[in-house]
Design a protein around this ligand. Sequence first.
Ligand SMILES: Cc1cc2nc3c(=O)[nH]c(=O)nc-3n(C[C@H](O)[C@H](O)[C@H](O)COP(=O)(O)O)c2cc1C
Length: 349
Amino acid sequence: MNSILSGLGMSRPIIAAPMAGGPGTPELAGAAASVGSLGFVAGGYRTVEALGEQIASVRARTRFFGVNLFVPNPVPVERDAYDRYARLVQAEADRYDLDLTGVGPREDDDGWSDKIQLLLDDPVPLVSFTFGLPSETTIAALRRAGSVVVQTVTSPAEATLAQDAGVDLLAVQASAAGGHSGTLDPATVPPEIPLGDLLAQVRAVTTLPLIAAGGLGTADAVASALHAGAAAVMVGTVLLRSEESGASKPHRAALADPSRGRTLVTRAFTGRPARALRNGFTDRYSPVAPLGYPALHHLTGPLRRAAAAAGDPEAINLWAGTGYRHATEEPAAQILTRLTDHTPMITTV
Ligand SMILES: Cc1cc2nc3c(=O)[nH]c(=O)nc-3n(C[C@H](O)[C@H](O)[C@H](O)COP(=O)(O)O)c2cc1C
C-alpha cells in the first residue's frame, strides 16, 4: 500500500479532498503536493474543456494529483414534483429577479464520456469517482493507462461492488463528511455511522487499502482513523477557509460564525443528500425537496450563485462536515502538516 501512496508522491498519509463547485483550486492541489500530501482537480460540474485547463494548471505546479469525476447515477425527478418545488423556491429567487420556473428539469451526465476520453488520452496519476460506480471496462482502461483508480463508498455493500469492479483503493466516506454523499443509492440518507465503525465494517469485506473521510478536523482524529486501519485520510471541510480554497466569502464566514450551531444532511439544494451548515434555505426546503439529481442542482444553481455574489449565506449551499469548527484561516500546507503531526510519514521499504 505504501508503495501506491509513495508512487503518488505522498510522504504524508493525508489527501486534500476534491471539492467541486469552486472550493477546489489548482493552488490548493499544488499546496497539498508541496508537503507530501495529494490534491485534486474536481472534475464535477465542469465542461471537458475546463477540466483540461484545470489539469494543465495543476500540472504546472506538480506532477502528482488526482482527478475526481461524478459518475452518472441519475435520479430523474418527477415532473409534477419538480414544478411544485420550482414554484416554492421561486420565492427566494424573486429577491434576485430570477425566474426559475420557466424551464423544465435538466437531466445530464456531466459530460461523462468526454471526460473519461480525456483521461484516457492524457492520463493522470489518480482518478477517483463518486455518486456512481463506473463499468469494469472503464476502470480497467484507466488502470491500463497508468492511473490509480479510487472509488468512494459509504457502506460495506458498496465496497464489495467497487472491489468486484476492479478499483485499486476505496475512499470510505462517513456521513459526517461535508458536501455530497457518494452513496450509490441517493434515495436513502446514509446512516450516521461513526467513521471508525464504518472503516471496521468495510475492512470486514475487503482487503483493498482504505482512505478514511468524513468529519476529520484534528491531528488526534486523523491518527485514530489511521489507527482504525485506514492507509490515509482525506479532508475537505478543514481546508475550506485555507488561503488556497476557492470557497466563497459568505461560505468562509459562515464556517467561522459561532451562531451556526450545526450541520445537517439535505437534498434541498441538489436533489441528492449532502451535508451543509443549517441556514434559511435548509430550514425551509429540506422538508419538502423531492429527490432529483441533477435536475435540482440545475434548478437552484442560478439562485445560489446570485446569493453568493450578494453575500447572502441563507440561500447558499454551505457544504460542511461535522468538523467545521476546526476549519482555520491558514495556508493549506500548514493545515495538512498540522493534521499529520502525530502520524508517521510514509516510507517505502
Ligand atoms: C465543499 C465540498 C465539496 C466537495 N466536492 C466533492 C467532489 O466534487 N467530489 C467528491 O468526490 N467529493 C466531494 N466532497 C466530499 C469530499 O470528497 C470528502 O468526502 C469530504 O470532504 C470529507 O469530509 P470532511 O469534509 O468532513 O473533511 C466535497 C466536500 C466539500 C466539503
